[in-house]
Write a new protein. Structure first.
Lengths: 234, 234, 234, 234
């Protein structure tokens, strides 16, 4: 293929999003980096070759349709979609509002639905494609502080499973990686300044595994894998 | 206690909802039966002693607040909440709309959040209470036909877990029962008219187990249990 | 039925075993209480009507065959088998021996296999029967201190599942209950004397739930349920 | 490091074992290939550079001790242990014998225990090491035909988890990969000759993923991942 394959990373901020953009660009992809706010992306575009930035609220159907049309037109059909948007308010049942639950669900689950729907027809036509989703241990269990977050991640994980089972036979590899630990970010470093360096999940290490999973041949695909720092108490 | 304990069943229609209403009324509860449409409830009120009917859309915060205030005023504080609302459009990723995903999530997850939030303060004050939620195998895995439904049930299950872990130590017993099979309803009988009687999950049998779980002493509570017909292939 | 139904409890000691014997005797069963050592059983036989004691090492095929033949001859065909034998040495990989692993596996898994095999033909002939197995959270996950125990409980749980799926359609109800907490025993009370009374899982409460699950009609059977004290951190 | 790192593959036969030997040899490892029967290994030794063959019954403590001592002496301390031994008799409860259960447990679980115990002290001293275990979907659920196999794989999976949690903080990466599908072997091809080529899990594809997981930096380790052919119905 003369053309570079296209990878879209949804939810690019400092951390996993940036590392995913970097590694796919290094490996020869043309990368579309999406965030709600373009400001977060400008330094990536200037620092890394092969990165284009798009402002997009992944929970807004109209925006998603429009931005993914632009990407197709600008870069070509999407080969790999990495859905990394996802957040949630911490707190117990009385600490979170119905808006908190809804927002968490929309950014984790509805956004995955909308973006997957945008890329799947072209992937099916090509008979090839990857959709990787950033998960969390909260996708497996609800705790008192994850009233809003766990329900959203649980929904996201099962949506990813439904898509994986439906589109696997079409040649599309859908996978879900469960981060179990604290990601190394300026914010988490500040909050947990007493922790040693190796306490943290490094975004570049996460991104390297995501890239490796995308390389699996169709004969042996992984749907789900966990990632945690070696010292994590799990 | 001179007063009858109060049980609220949310999502009463033919099937599990009706059976839950019946058994709790028989066992001496004052039962509030909720459905979006009062028409579905009038025969229950006239047939069974100790049942009051309320129209309520469980996904509407204002309605939930108002109806649960009425229930408290009419019947007293709620001791047992049974959340039985839940549905979802069948189909693959391209067959369901964002509205289908949202509706399924709202009725399964947001409704549980809103109604649990309405009853928990009085339960905590009393130091006792039950919240039971009607689950499904789709809460554990996503299949190609459950794009909308599985994400909603997965979210619901983890929300129930979060509440169970937060409010267990306060004396509130939260549990989730996973129906694995086809519930015996006029509609399913019609669709699967070739199936023998014992193919179906009987609503009265489900309700009997729900009632038994509500009787567990705090020393040995169940959070999750499955229910399936003996012949089910699982 | 003029004859009392027969219940066999395997692994009777202070705690769950005794409580299971008591409740099934109270409810009208003829109960066969099995332990490796008859001394543990004599007080039960003298205190409770309808209890017969048998010495049996459940991991010894010859003994199991012989004792279950005696039970059939003495009391009639077994309607309910409760497999409560199970133990395991605590410790890390270097702390436990191959004998510890083997012993834990034999008492939890091989014993279930041998005793289930002894009762199933008569149950199949009758078209009815219950097999309940005492599980533990260790059946779901291995921790550093459960090197010997978790592998044994994990094996036991999947063996129970295999039997449940094979014999459900024959009318035999197989279930597994997962104890998540510290059972109230003289030994655990002594070791954890600082804990309040309600910290412990009470054997009578466990036995009551086991009995209730045995009453489920074939239309809605539970395979697995958890039991934990209300204050447990899970 | 001037010396080649040492990888031991336990349970080498046609299929996954051979492919693991090949890829680790290609990547620069000195590989010790173990099987009960040396005959199975001679062609590998002659075909591939860097492979040494050892006869070893992994369920025999004395043999394991002796063979792993030889390996250390011959090749140096083991950096990577791949436990690929594992089999089980198919059949329902009445079709399998206690010997079938025991043999399956010994080869899947006891053998992992014995070989892990042989390599861990040197790994801990080095502060680095990998232990990978070949799992199966049967490690997650018991079916009517897996009475002997599922209990053994369930035990093996939880043993691997216990070791992973205990030795992760020491720098040892333990992981479990769940094969969900039919592995491409002469025997399975013959039995399922009507299936297309892409129906099968290819051993080389499995081995490539195992190798990739061994490369993960300690900041982001995977314990468990599944592998299945793209068209698998799961």
């Amino acid at each position: 293929m003369a053309e570079k394959p296209v990878c879209v990373v949804v939810g690019v901020g400092p951390g996993n999003g940036e590392s995913l953009v970097r590694i796919f660009a290094q490996k020869g992809y043309q990368v579309a980096a999406l965030a709600r706010n373009l400001d977060r992306l400008t330094h990536l575009v200037s620092e890394i070759d092969g990165v284009a930035a798009y402002a997009c609220d992944a929970t807004n159907p109209g925006e998603v349709d429009q931005v993914f049309s632009e990407i197709s037109r600008d870069l070509g059909p999407v080969e790999t979609l990495l859905y990394n948007a996802g957040s949630g308010t911490w707190g117990g049942l009385m600490d979170v509002s119905e808006e908190d639950l809804k927002r968490a669900w929309k950014v984790n689950t509805m956004g995955l639905f909308l973006t997957a729907r945008s890329v799947l027809p072209a992937m099916v036509e090509a008979g090839v494609g990857n959709i990787g989703v950033t998960g969390a241990t909260a996708s497996l269990r609800g705790k008192p502080t994850t009233t809003a977050f766990a329900q959203a991640k649980g929904a996201q994980r099962l949506l990813a499973q439904s898509i994986a089972r439906e589109y696997g036979p079409e040649g599309i590899h859908v996978f879900y990686f469960i981060l179990d630990g604290v990601v190394d970010l300026p914010a988490t470093r500040k909050m947990m300044s007493e922790q040693p360096d190796d306490f943290f999940l490094k975004p570049d290490a996460i991104a390297a595994s995501v890239y490796a999973i995308c390389q699996q041949p169709p004969s042996a695909w992984t749907f789900e894998f966990d990632l945690r720092p070696f010292g994590e108490n799990w």
